[in-house]
Design a protein around this ligand. Structure first.
Ligand code: ADP
Length: 258
């Protein structure tokens, strides 16, 4: 708490009273801490691939370049980390634009079955690579009001996570239904290892990962679900997760009906 006090003096010099101003700095302090933490996280996330890239470049310069096999392998690794940096920067820009309100949602009536179908097509080869069966069970006429491109991003991130963190040879099912009132609910379900209780609330936080090494290995930026949450909220919807450790995970979100 910050207190500013001033004595009020009359024209004749007599003291009329005191004005005290109280500022509650808790919220400001919290914001400042969040900002500092974010900058520290971003720096760390950028530094990790950069130092790996530098390490491989140095090894190449020191002689590995003369061994064609090593050279190809190291260049491949360098490319992978460069891609990670690109994804990270793209996600950071998206988050920053969403948070500053620079992205205006272009709301139209969308057919959810078609939108899920598009995301499923885009991820089909990823799923096949892990022997995962993707299934779209949405009714053909389910509709909602949404920005089609942003909705693609939501569906892509959730389905990609279900493939990435789900079981090899498992099932990923996408479904949905109209809720009583004016809402539509969509869910993405996997039969993977699930999310531990204490982590469930935190997975939507920027850079939070249950298993840091696993997320890195799969090329995750740690920002996917934070982006999902922003986009869904900008549509007037909500997003949540339910998970039974060992049984699987289901992410749900709502949109408004047309
Ligand atoms: P990342 O880039 O790490 O995938 P996300 O924001 O998309 O970042 O997800 C945050 C974390 O939530 C992931 O690192 C992972 O630990 C956990 N997670 C997300 N989806 C699932 C899922 N379907 N099953 C288990 N864990 C998940």
């Amino acid at each position: 708490l910050e207190v500013n006090a001033a004595t009020v003096t009359g024209r004749e010099g007599g003291q009329h009273g005191t004005i005290m101003v109280f500022h509650d700095l808790t919220r400001l302090k919290e914001l400042e801490n969040t900002r500092q933490e974010f900058v520290a996280n971003v720096s760390h996330e950028l530094r990790t691939p950069l130092s790996l890239i530098k390490g491989f470049v140095e090894t190449l310069i020191d002689g590995a370049k003369d061994n064609p096999e090593l050279c190809t392998r190291f260049l491949g690794t360098i490319e992978k980390h460069t891609d990670r940096l690109t994804f990270l920067i793209e996600d950071l820009l998206t988050i920053s634009k969403l948070e500053s309100g620079q992205i205006v949602m272009n709301l139209n009536e969308v057919n959810l079955n078609n939108e899920v179908g598009r995301a499923v097509d885009d991820l089909q080869s990823r799923a096949s690579g892990k022997n995962v069966k993707l299934q779209n069970t949405l009714a053909e006429d389910l509709k909602a009001r949404a920005d089609a491109d942003r909705l693609q991003q939501v569906l892509f991130n959730l389905i990609e996570n279900a493939i990435k963190y789900g079981r090899t040879g498992g099932n990923v099912t996408i479904g949905g239904k109209a809720l009583p009132g004016d809402k539509v609910e969509i869910w993405v379900k996997d039969d993977g290892p699930g999310i531990p209780d204490e982590a469930r609330e935190r997975v939507f936080e920027r850079f939070y990962r249950v298993d840091r090494a696993r997320s890195r290995e799969t090329g995750g930026t740690g920002l996917g679900l934070a982006i999902v949450k922003h986009i869904v909220q900008a549509h007037g919807g909500e997003v949540w997760v339910s998970s039974e450790p060992g049984q699987g995970t289901t992410f749900y979100f709502t949109l408004l009906q047309t």
